[in-house]
Design a protein around this ligand. Structure first.
Ligand SMILES: [Fe+2]
Length: 307
């Protein structure tokens, strides 16, 4: 697939209640690298196999949740075109100057009907701790913690779901890989991809706007999921569910919580998506198997606990 336009999820800025505890969680337990702590208090982190400077940003706040999710686009022309397309579709676009985060170029921003804020940017400095490129080893420094490969995707909850999914499809160039239908024809969940991943973002219907369900980190394989589970038990990390598997995307997964109550996921596997793939559809009766393939039923936390 020739990838143009929006390439991938690039960053996620999370609100945390206690930065010290959050750093133990994200840096020491998950195993992200600390990139910088800035004067405004925000802390920047990255996973080991990401070329760009940072991917996870933590901001101290009184309430947990997600400030914004950023997507990287191919180049500056793509960014200019994206702004034109969003404006033509009737979406209000805001400009964020280069440098609002360290090492990042200009961004365009819009607030989706679901309430979430999405940023798009073409430039980010390369990390000096990125993957090796000359005669590369599989890793440069020995991976720590849960050994995350990259920040992979977010699942977001909110109302005005169809309107938001429409922007992702008609303007941002995403395709829908899977949906969950309820009450006949109503779509309650969209899994959207801008790449060959099974999903780059997922959206689920919820009565309140702008809610954060989880951000996810890719791990190498099922053994790495087991290692992550050992770490969660050893350090008494609050686990939502897992290790288990999703029917949707087929990823192997654990959901757990950071010290502020934000949900994280570690996952591995899943199928490759191509633009000619038929859309996979799930009916209401099979939604348990869709989300948790082994348990075949949802838990109340998955549906109701969001930040
Ligand atoms: Fe996920």
């Amino acid at each position: 697939m020739a990838m143009t336009g929006v390439l991938r999820p690039g960053f996620c800025q999370l609100r945390v209640l206690d930065m010290e505890k959050s750093m133990v969680h994200y840096r020491d337990r998950i195993g992200l690298d600390e990139v910088s702590q800035e004067k405004d208090g925000r802390v920047y982190l990255k996973a080991r196999d990401e070329f760009d400077r940072h991917s996870i940003i933590l901001r101290s706040a009184d309430e947990p949740g997600m400030d914004c999710m950023g997507f990287k686009v191919l180049d500056d022309e793509s960014l200019t075109q994206l702004e034109k397309d969003l404006t033509a579709f009737g979406v209000d676009v805001e400009h964020i100057e280069a440098g609002e985060q360290p090492g990042i170029g200009r961004r365009i921003r819009f607030q989706a009907p679901m309430g979430h804020i999405f940023d798009f940017y073409a430039e980010m400095e390369k990390s000096d701790k990125g993957p090796m490129v000359q005669d590369p080893h599989v890793w440069d420094e020995q991976p720590r913690g849960m050994r995350p490969i990259r920040f992979d995707h977010c699942l977001l909850y909110g109302d005005e779901l169809d309107e938001t999914a429409e922007i992702f499809q008609k303007v941002l160039g995403f395709q829908v890989s899977e949906v969950i239908r309820v009450e006949g024809d109503v779509i309650n969940a969209y899994f959207l991809t801008c790449s060959t991943k099974a999903h780059d973002i997922a959206l689920i219907r919820f009565p309140e706007k702008g809610k954060f369900h989880h951000c996810s980190f890719l791990l190498e394989d099922w053994n790495a999921i087991g290692n992550a589970a050992d770490i969660m038990t050893r350090y008494d990390i609050s686990v939502d569910i897992g290790p288990t598997r999703h029917g949707i995307t087929r990823g192997k997964t654990i959901y757990f919580f950071d010290p502020s109550g934000n949900r994280n996921e570690v996952f591995s596997g899943g199928y490759n998506f191509y633009p000619d793939n038929p859309r996979r559809e799930w009916c209401e009766e099979e939604v348990g198997r869709a989300i948790f393939y082994y348990e075949k039923q949802l838990n109340d936390r998955f549906m109701g606990v969001v930040t």
